[in-house]
Every structure is written in C-alpha cells, then in structure tokens.
Design a protein around this ligand. Structure first.
Ligand SMILES: Cc1cc2nc3c(=O)[nH]c(=O)nc-3n(C[C@H](O)[C@H](O)[C@H](O)COP(=O)(O)OP(=O)(O)OC[C@H]3O[C@@H](n4cnc5c(N)ncnc54)[C@H](O)[C@@H]3O)c2cc1C
Length: 459
C-alpha cells in the first residue's frame, strides 16, 4: 500500500510551516500536524480586547535574517507590514536606565558601561569586526570564540562588559546563563543583527509569518503526534486519532521533544538531540490603563535588568512603544520577563502570586505600575530558547554531516541560535534534504543546501 502522504511535518511553528511551504512548492503532498489549536509555536500572538500580545518572539532585525526576509517577500509581505521599532534599548544601572545597547554610539555614551569598560567595548568590537567572516551563524562550532562560554570569554575584558552588556543581552533576549552557553553564537547573532535602529516588528503581531505560511498549506491543528516509527520504506506517525504513513517525516519541534517522539533515531542523531538543551521562558503581559514606561533620556522599547541589579526580572518590554497597535489608543502594554534562573520556582507557585511578584519587582523601574495594571496574562514555554552548550557545539558537526534519512529535523536549535531566522534556515535545509532523498531536484525549491552560505537570499 502506498503511504498516505509524501511528507508529514510535525509542528506548525515557523520551522514546520517553512518546511511544508518549501516541499509543497516542489509539488509534494504535505500535511502539518500541530498539537496546539493554533499555528505559530513560539511566535504565537494572543489577542484580547484590542491588545496584541506576543507570547514568544518580539522582533526581527533587517540584517542577519536573510532567509526570513526572502520568505516574506515571496509571501507578498511588504516592509510596511514589518515597520521599524525606532526606539532604544536601555540597561538599568545605579538606579536609572541607560539607553544605547546595540547602538554604536554606546562607545561614547557608555550605555551603562564605565569609561574604562568603554575602551574594552571598543577592543571587543574591533576584535569581532576583524573576524566577522568567521562568525558565521550557520556554523557556530567554527567561530574564533571556540567552545568558551560567554562568561569565560568575557574574562579578557573589563567586568562591566559581562555584567552590563553580554549577560543582560544573553539573559533577556536569549534566556541564557552565561556560564553554560558559548560565546560564538551570541557574538554571531549580535554582529549579524546589527544596530537596534534596524530592528523591526510585525505590525499586527509576531505570528504574521506563521499565519501567512499556513494559508497555503494543509495544517491539522489540535493534532499531537505521539511517536514516529520508520521502517525504511515509510514513516508511521501515531497520534490520538490513528496512524498516518508518509514517505518521509520532518520533526519541527524542540530537540528534547524530537528525541522523545523518535526513540529509534540513529545514534549520530540521538547524541546531538539529547545535547540540545533549552531554557524555559516566562512572561507576564500587563494590560495597562495608560502607556507607562521606564523613565529614560531616550524612549525605550526594552529595558534590560542585569543579574547584577535584579534577581527576579531579566527585562521589561514596552510593547506599546514597540508598535502603537499593540495596545488600544491611550492604553499601554508592558511585558515583564522573568529571570530564567527563577522560572522553575516561579512556575511551581500560584500564577497570581507569581504575576504579583513580577509586577511588584517591575515597579522599581516603572513607578505606579501596580495601580495601572487592569489585567495580566502569563505565558511560558518549557522549551523556550535553545542553549548553545560546549557539548552541543562539539556534537553538531557529526549531526550535520549525516546522510539524509526518512526522518529529518528543523528548528532554531539546529544552528544553536535562539532566533526565528535559525528556524527558517534549518527548514530550508531540511526541505532540500527530503527532496534529495525522494529523488526530486533540489532546484525545484527556492533554496539550496549550500553548506557555508545563506540558503535563502534577500531579493
Ligand atoms: C520569549 C521568547 C522570545 C523570543 N524572541 C525572539 C525574537 O525577538 N526574535 C527572534 O527571531 N526569535 C525570538 N525567539 C525565538 C523564536 O521564537 C524561535 O526561534 C522560533 O519561533 C522557533 O520556531 P520553531 O518552529 O523552531 O519552534 P516552535 O515555534 O517551538 O514550534 C514547534 C511547534 O511544534 C508543536 N509541537 C510540539 N510537540 C508536538 C507534537 N507532539 N505534535 C505536534 N506538534 C507539536 C508546538 O506546539 C509548536 O507549535 C523568542 C522565543 C521566545 C520563547
């Protein structure tokens, strides 16, 4: 009996939807199975009474996201639908916000760094600029930072560089513990994303890309896959409503989930899958009766709260400053990001108590906040952001060198890059591997699996 589908894709985050989009364009029958009632995964947006609440991802830069921008162009998404944010990122130090993170002017303004540390920031930027080609986000194991963790790498510089730049950026935007994850992927992403002046957000919510991709696809939401079994000729997917067979399957779920769903994965795959760990995320979205924000010499859209200053929060996002459409006119929306180290404890507590603790902690940066919160929502992901540990880095080359198989993988974790661009790029690669295994011409896709360069170029 012939299989039900050419390809079954598990997971309707941007990796799964991009994989399915690519394979569908090549003429294959593809179905996406998604356990949640909606698409988007960690780029899902929740809408409530005129507030537009991004549960996971927040922004996409103009630079360093070439695959994403090409995909958007193909889907007819215009630059107007992804406007620039146009506000600063600040860091909290000594009782006030210092704007200028991810801004070249920080060399002069300091962005919270002491004068001595600014000199070291100059050294750091010059060192990375000289080696910019070696910081290739697609090959995190090959960067000049080697397997050193962020904390170990930072020891060559003034302490402020870790405490008031690398740690707060890694903690708030990556959910990373700098003693666990390696510096190479962080530096690659910081370099490729460029200055904050070029960062953008989807105008009506971060799920725009997922929604547009899903429009042209066969997506079954509310349909969890429990296990995959390959028998050489076909892959069987077991779910609550029975078994589906496909010539190939692509697991587009976080690595720990992929390892669980595919217990028969060969050893070279399993080793990397189990080495790819994630940090959890927890956000409290505060729906405000007025547009409150932290005081700052320049308007902020994010305030980073370093470990050196705060034990509970890693940052505050000012969503109504990110895009005015995130809150109704005259109202405000703030997102409080919990420090990843505290999330296990916070998730174990009563949700109202947890939200109350975060709001209370945030009042230090946004006076009057508790009185302005009309409603709040808590969002969390157990597998929030992929880490880039030395072990995962070491095992990655063997994983990427393996021959295409009946079960492929896509997701941000494949490049150890906690960003949607990693998910899109890994999807393009997974699609081309499936096509080559099924004997379809890779030229039928919009991508090529070029090992060292971008697989999707900006138009
Ligand atoms: C708080 C936070 C902030 C972030 N900020 C940014 C940012 O500003 N910019 C940026 O570029 N990136 C950001 N990211 C990262 C970005 O969201 C991810 O890189 C990207 O969304 C990952 O997409 P994915 O498809 O690989 O995985 P996911 O989005 O996790 O998709 C996996 C999908 O699989 C589904 N699934 C899981 N198990 C099963 C099963 N058994 N059966 C069927 N379906 C299943 C899940 O429900 C999910 O929909 C952020 C992430 C978080 C959590």
């Amino acid at each position: 009996m012939s299989p039900d589908l050419d390809v079954a894709v598990v997971g309707a985050g941007v990796a799964g939807l991009t994989t399915a989009h690519e394979l569908r364009r090549a003429g294959l029958t593809v179905r996406v199975f998604e356990e949640q009632p909606h698409v988007g995964g960690r780029m899902h947006t929740f809408r409530h009474q005129g507030y537009v609440i991004d549960e996971g991802a927040e922004q996409i830069p103009e630079r360093g996201y070439r695959a994403t921008w090409e995909l958007l162009a193909r889907l007819g998404v215009t630059g107007r639908e992804v406007p620039r944010i146009g506000k600063a990122i600040g860091v909290w130090r000594d009782g006030r916000a210092h704007p200028g993170v991810a801004d070249p002017a920080a060399l002069v303004s300091g962005a919270g760094l002491s004068p001595r540390a600014r000199l070291d920031l100059g050294r750091f930027l010059a060192w990375t600029a000289l080696r910019r080609r070696e910081f290739d986000g697609d090959h995190p194991e090959r960067t000049p930072a080697g397997a050193r963790t962020v904390a170990a790498f930072a020891r060559r510089y003034h302490r402020d560089l870790h405490d008031y730049l690398l740690q707060p950026v890694a903690g708030c935007f990556f959910g990373w513990d700098t003693a666990r994850s390696t510096a190479g992927p962080l530096i690659s992403l910081m370099r490729s994303a460029g200055p904050v002046s070029g960062w953008r957000t989807y105008h009506d919510g971060m799920d725009l890309l997922a929604r547009r991709l899903a429009e042209g696809l066969d997506v079954e939401t509310g349909s969890p896959v429990h296990q995959l079994v390959g028998d050489g000729r076909a892959v069987k997917l077991h779910g609550p409503s029975g078994t589906v067979t496909a010539r190939a399957a692509v697991l587009c779920v976080p690595a720990p989930v992929a390892a669980r769903l595919h217990p028969g994965a060969p050893e070279d795959e399993r080793a990397f899958l189990t080495a790819c760990t994630f940090t959890p995320t927890l956000k409290v979205s505060c729906l405000l009766d007025r547009p409150l924000a932290p005081a700052s010499p320049r308007p902020l859209y994010a305030l980073l709260t370093p470990d050196a200053e705060d034990e509970l929060l890693s940052g505050i996002l000012i969503d109504h400053a990110k895009h005015p459409g995130r809150a109704p006119a005259g109202k405000g929306l703030l997102t409080l990001m919990a420090d990843p180290r505290r999330i296990p404890e916070l998730r174990g507590a009563d949700p109202r108590e947890t939200a109350g603790r975060l709001v209370e902690a945030a009042a230090r940066y946004v006076p009057g906040l508790p009185g302005a919160v009309r409603e709040h929502f808590m969002h969390g992901f157990t597998h929030g952001l992929p880490e880039a540990t030395p072990r995962a880095l070491a095992l990655r080359p063997r994983f990427t060198a393996r021959a295409p198989g009946p079960v492929e993988y896509a997701g941000d974790w494949l490049t150890l890059r906690p960003a949607s661009e990693g998910a899109v790029r890994s999807a393009a690669l997974a699609a081309s591997r499936v096509l080559s295994r099924l004997g379809r011409s890779p030229s039928a896709t919009l991508t090529s699996p070029a090992p060292r360069s971008d697989t999707l170029e900006t138009a």
